[in-house]
Design a protein around this ligand. Sequence first.
Ligand SMILES: [Zn+2]
Length: 303
Amino acid sequence: MMYIDPHIHVTSRTTDDYEAMQKAGIVAVIEPAFWLGQPRTKVGSFQDYFSSLVGWERFRAKQFGIVHYCTIGLNSKEANNVPLAEEVMELLPLYVGKEGVVAIGEIGYDDQTEAEDRFYRLQLELAKEVDLPVMIHTPHRDKKKGTLRSMDVSEEHGLDPGMVIVDHNNEETVKEVLDRGYWAAFTIYPHTKMGSERMVEIVRQYGPERIIVDSAADWGISDPLAVPKTAALMLEKGIPKEHVEMTCYKNALKAYGQSGQMEEKDWLEKEPIDQTKKHGGSTVLRGGQTPRVDNDSSNIIEN
Ligand SMILES: [Zn+2]
């Protein structure tokens, strides 16, 4: 089976992760622009980060047989640095139209402050203007309230719920998110409440329509194989194969494919891995390593 991980910060993962992901059947990833643990102090840091999401990281993923897409946005945490956030807002239009940008995101609320609200609204307007889907990061604290507010404000700005993916759901939020016509994404973190076991029960209860599974793996304790592992558990627990395929592959493609930037043929017809290639003079190889160079036929066998 093929999988998409539609929320993973691969910039902070290793080449071993990429290799394991490809082996496990992940054909494509979406990397949302987010914060980096360390708050940025200059707009140039954002600029270089966005450039690497549409440039180097896209190239790096390809060297391991994975198609990389991203979302561009000002995250809610850093929206609280208002002077900097204003500068970032001016930068966003330069990036949202780049190849492989499938949404504005991840945006929304963290502490649900006034500044977060202001920049969330501005970015909803930007999404409407450029006709891109929106990826919403819902807060980890006061989740229910923050999730409802994210949807209320999105509707206030006239966004079509079918263009909005609400992420980091749980049992408390899923019903209303689905009832209101949004895509409901779930982040599977290891050793936490929203683990694979609970995900299986959610799919059993609500069915596969508009439900999306992701890992949100980043520089913290997380699992870049959360999507294929959850899929395996679903099958083991008797969830029909079509439902697994929808929640771990097809729904993400449908939701983010609305950008016009993501199609199945991107990975079905992709060039074979060729690690001799360079990006701006840089390579994933280190001194004396043998590059992996696949031919077309090996690619077809893998799929
Ligand atoms: Zn994230």
